[in-house]
Write a protein that binds this ligand. Sequence first.
Ligand code: TMP
Length: 213
Amino acid sequence: MSETARHPGTFVTLEGGEGAGKSTQLQALARLGGASGLEVVTCREPGGTALGERLRAALFATAEGETPPAPAAELLVFTAARAQLVSEVIRPALERGALVICDRFADSTVAYQHHGRGLDAAIVEAANRAATQGLVPDVTVLLDLAPEDAFRRGERGGDYVEREDAVFHRAVRRGFLELAAAEPERWLVLDATRPEMQITHAAWERIRTRLGV
Ligand code: TMP
């Protein structure tokens, strides 16, 4: 269900595993949006608001050797941060007609907390629905990268989620690919090993078509 009819803006999300280059692409796409004369609002999850950044810090303060958050606690923290971001930043921006580009959104919760952690799909879906109030991205770009390649890029091993094993990260990747296959009109799957500029170009073409600019 797309929510575009209810607001004049365009909502783009970037998804994928760690080290796939989401933040680089977010900056490049934001520059292209700005150059097209659009108001561009960027955000990242978890975070993007004062409360969200505090929740992010609390979650990722989990040190090596410490008991990690229980999967249900993790689910509720991610979705609490999302609820605040939607209400404080994303909704108002979309209502102003802005192009909103967000690094991760509800699909990450399905991939990580359902496919990765094994939480019940209906529970994850209900928590996401509470947080998003039914807001669905217009375009979602998946930067697809094998966990082995992410590991080779040396960007793994940071927070406690990233320190999960290859089995976990492979399940997350499969989850993203499954979500993308189920809704091909929303998702654009790009091989994250391609040159950065090619990825930006392909993603921007899809967004531009959606914007009609
Ligand atoms: P990132 O800033 O590198 O994208 O890190 C965020 C981490 O949190 C990453 O390991 C994925 C994880 N995550 C979830 O598990 N569920 C979620 O809903 C979100 C937004 C992130």
